[in-house]
Design a protein around this ligand. Sequence first.
Ligand SMILES: Cc1cc2nc3c(=O)[nH]c(=O)nc-3n(C[C@H](O)[C@H](O)[C@H](O)COP(=O)(O)O)c2cc1C
Length: 122
Amino acid sequence: MALTTFEAPTPTAMRRCMGRLIAGVCVVTADDAESGSCGMTISSMTSISLDPAILLVSLTHGSRTTDTVDKAGRFAVSILSARQEAIARRFATRGGARFEGLDCDTGDNGLPLIKDAGADRM
Ligand SMILES: Cc1cc2nc3c(=O)[nH]c(=O)nc-3n(C[C@H](O)[C@H](O)[C@H](O)COP(=O)(O)O)c2cc1C
C-alpha cells in the first residue's frame, strides 16, 4: 500500500490552528532537593482512568519542570480557573521567577499547588 505524502504545516500555521482548540489549562508542579520548586503551564492533560486514578500529561523535553518530574518521579496538577490567565502566562514564560511573590497552597504530597485553582486535589 502506498503512503500518501503531504506537506506538513509550518510551525506558525500549526500554532494558529491549535490556538483555536479550546482546552483546559493547568500548572504542573514538582520539586527536588537540587532544583527546588518548579512548575509549568500545560494544556495536554487527559484523564485516563478513574480507578486506578491515572492522568496523562505531555511534557516537552528540555524543560526544567520535565527534568524535575523525571528525577523526583512525582508531580502535582492545579487546574486553573478562567480568572487565572496571569498565572498561566507566568508559568509559561521562560526564565521568569515563577513562584516569586506567589502565595501557594501545599498538597498532601508536599508539592506546591496554585491557590484558588479550579481543582487541585486528587
Ligand atoms: C496555554 C499553554 C499550554 C501549554 N501546554 C504545554 C504542554 O501541554 N506541554 C508542554 O510541555 N508545554 C506546554 N506549554 C509550554 C510551557 O508552559 C513552556 O514551555 C514553559 O516555559 C516550560 O517551562 P520550564 O522549561 O521552565 O519547565 C504550554 C504553554 C501554554 C501558554
